[in-house]
Design a protein around this ligand. Structure first.
Ligand code: AMP
Ligand code: MG
Length: 379
């Protein structure tokens, strides 16, 4: 789900920055005087600050950016040898996030994804390598998850959103009509010689929705953009609950990423934390985004097998994977599959680990892989 990126009003900025700061304390450690950025940022950055820090035996400049993108709070932290390097890395990462958000926003009629959806059933379109690569990644994870992750859920997402608005569940016929538009094997997405892609949705009415993968994919792309600048030491990008971290070999500190208690998201209670030097961690859950029909809270994640929200199967799914899009798509797929099949999916996916949380009454039941437990440092 990615409504148009927007500039937010001053008071919203302040409250969001405050909320992001709370999370930052968990992630990176607080303390030290902040030095504001000299020049304004061209992107949707809310605030960027720099300060000198000692990490282990290394002196470095730490740059922090809090911003809003893809209707979520973004947080970016860079360690570099000096302020100029930190700032260059931050700009590169923020520009990349903005580029991806603009290309993949299905709620913005001028985005490439909207153009592809509008042309469904018609002629193929040429799109940027950003959009083409994101669709390729989505197709890969559709295959790898045996269809539990299916980016063609767009019409079902719309159907259930309309149901929530009207307060009436959709008819079985409407659900089946939308389910007839899920055939990912028919999607045409081919790279062209110049790096662009040719994309076509073969059936009229088909709609790609990359909301299940875009934030994780964008976080990793942002880290990669930062790394392509002048040798940062270590980078973290979090877009809501979706994050990628990277550190150069020998960097003395790992990143700490918090997993929120899905029963108590309003106050951001930390359930547990994991430590990671490299890789992506994504949490999928129903606590921030959900639909309500007749007082019944329904998941915003749809089971492609039934065309219905996955309500009640899992309260949350956190997945660790070397690849950001992979972690994000797998977390969404786990929510669809429920605890046992989710663990089976992670077991057969190289590099994947995770923690699934189901509910037994009010109590959370944990289902985790050995690799997840190995990264876990507790609350
Ligand atoms: P996430 O928060 O990453 O789990 O993504 C949830 C979003 O992914 C939803 O808001 C939909 O836009 C989209 N989505 C819902 N169900 C699926 C599914 N089964 N496969 C792929 N994307 C989905
Ligand atoms: Mg996801």
């Amino acid at each position: 789900m990615m409504p148009a990126m927007r500039r937010v009003s001053r008071w919203t900025i302040r409250s969001m920055a405050a909320a992001a700061m709370a999370l930052a304390c968990v992630l990176g450690g607080c303390g030290g005087a902040d030095e504001p950025a000299a020049a304004p940022y061209a992107t949707d950055a809310v605030s960027v600050t720099f300060r000198q820090e000692t990490v282990g035996d290394r002196a470095a400049v730490r740059g922090d950016a809090d911003f809003v993108t893809m209707s979520t709070e973004g947080r970016l932290v860079v360690y570099a040898a000096d302020r100029a390097r930190a700032e260059t890395a931050i700009r590169a990462a923020l520009d990349r996030v903005a580029e991806i958000a603009a290309a993949l926003n299905r709620y913005d009629p001028s985005s490439e994804l909207s153009a592809i959806n509008a042309a469904a059933g018609g002629a193929p379109l040429e799109v940027s390598s950003t959009t083409g690569r994101a669709i390729e990644a989505a197709r890969h994870w559709w295959q790898a998850s045996d269809g539990a992750f299916n980016p063609l859920v767009g019409p079902l997402v719309v159907l259930w959103k309309e149901a929530a608005r009207a307060g009436v569940e959709p008819s079985d016929e409407a659900v089946e009509a939308a389910r007839a538009l899920l055939d990912m094997s028919a999607l045409d997405c081919e790279p062209l010689a110049d790096g662009r892609y040719r994309v076509r949705l073969p059936q009229a009415g088909m709609q790609l929705d990359l909301g299940g993968l875009a934030k994780g994919w964008a976080a990793e792309e942002a880290v990669a953009a930062a790394r392509r600048t002048e040798d940062p030491h270590s980078v973290l990008v979090m877009l809501g609950g979706d994050g990628t971290v990277w550190s150069e070999p020998g960097w003395p500190r790992k990143w700490t990423v918090a997993v929120q208690d899905p029963r108590d998201a309003g106050s951001r209670t930390v359930l547990t934390k994991i430590e990671l030097a490299n890789g992506s961690v994504v949490t999928s859950g129903d606590y921030y985004r959900y639909l309500e029909v007749n007082g019944r809270r329904l998941s915003h994640i749809i089971d492609p097998g039934t065309g219905r929200p996955t309500t009640g199967r899992l309260a949350g799914a956190t997945v660790i994977h070397p690849d950001g899009g992979g972690a994000d798509a797998l977390a969404t797929a786990c929510m669809v599959l429920g605890p046992d099949e989710a663990l089976a999916l992670l077991a057969r996916t190289a590099g994947a680990d995770g923690l699934m949380l189901s509910l037994s009454g009010e109590a959370l039941v944990r289902h985790e892989t050995a690799g997840f437990a190995a990264c876990e440092i507790g609350p």
